[in-house]
Design a protein around this ligand. Sequence first.
Ligand SMILES: Nc1ncnc2c1ncn2[C@@H]1O[C@H](COP(=O)(O)OP(=O)(O)OP(=O)(O)O)[C@@H](O)[C@H]1O
Ligand SMILES: [Mg+2]
Length: 247
Amino acid sequence: MLNAPHAAPLAADPALCAQPASTAPLVAARHLGFVHHGPGGALRILQGVDLTIKAGEKVAVLGPSGSGKTSLLMLLGGLEAPSEGEVWLGGVNLGALDEEGRARLRRAQIGIVFQAFHLVPTLDARENVALPLELQGHAPRAARAAAEEMLAAVGLAHRARHLPAALSGGEQQRVAIARALVTRPALVLADEPTGNLDAETAETVMAVFFERLAEAGAALCLVTHDRALAARTDRVLALRHGRLEPL
Ligand SMILES: Nc1ncnc2c1ncn2[C@@H]1O[C@H](COP(=O)(O)OP(=O)(O)OP(=O)(O)O)[C@@H](O)[C@H]1O
Ligand SMILES: [Mg+2]
């Protein structure tokens, strides 16, 4: 497996760093609020959410459908901007970066397993998994070799050359998991990563998932309905009425 840089330089501008990255928690979300403004008016999804995740710590968030779990992950990954509050990653305030800066930081630090997978439809499974490594500047050949290794680890060696449309939902989910892990990110955000897997495959793939996280010393924020999966983490929180509480 490739030894991707674990913590690429985060921000050249020291003004962005309120505290040295080495002493800051990996993730610090402070007083997050998230509101959608639609034709029906404002819909408050999250309010007053505080969440700190240390390097290597694994946190699960349980909550019913529509409680804001995906929204929370999007805020933590800098893919959505909070209506209130701040998200800090490795001592950097995401709100102080522009879109390109957030994308750069995400590429260097974060792996995301999206609920809807978001695989690139024109790339085969191997190319999808290799893509984040290539975006980090790794040579295509090395990236493809690492992708093949990750696909084999999630039981998909025999589907490496298939396009997403030719894969089952569970296979696409495993490609998404492989893609999130292949860079050995400091933080993995996982949205219902077993939602499309049968119990036996979920067990096998989650064993690989947690093994790889441990190997890389990666932190995890997992959102799920699955209490058994949540129980594998260090800390379980619940999202209720837009607020994050201990379970
Ligand atoms: N773009 C949007 N515009 C308006 N409302 C939205 C938008 N995206 C999400 N919502 C609403 O925000 C709420 C939270 O959505 P979110 O997807 O975060 O929930 P969730 O906990 O992930 O649900 P599930 O378990 O079903 O995936 C839902 O009521 C949803 O309808
Ligand atoms: Mg969701």
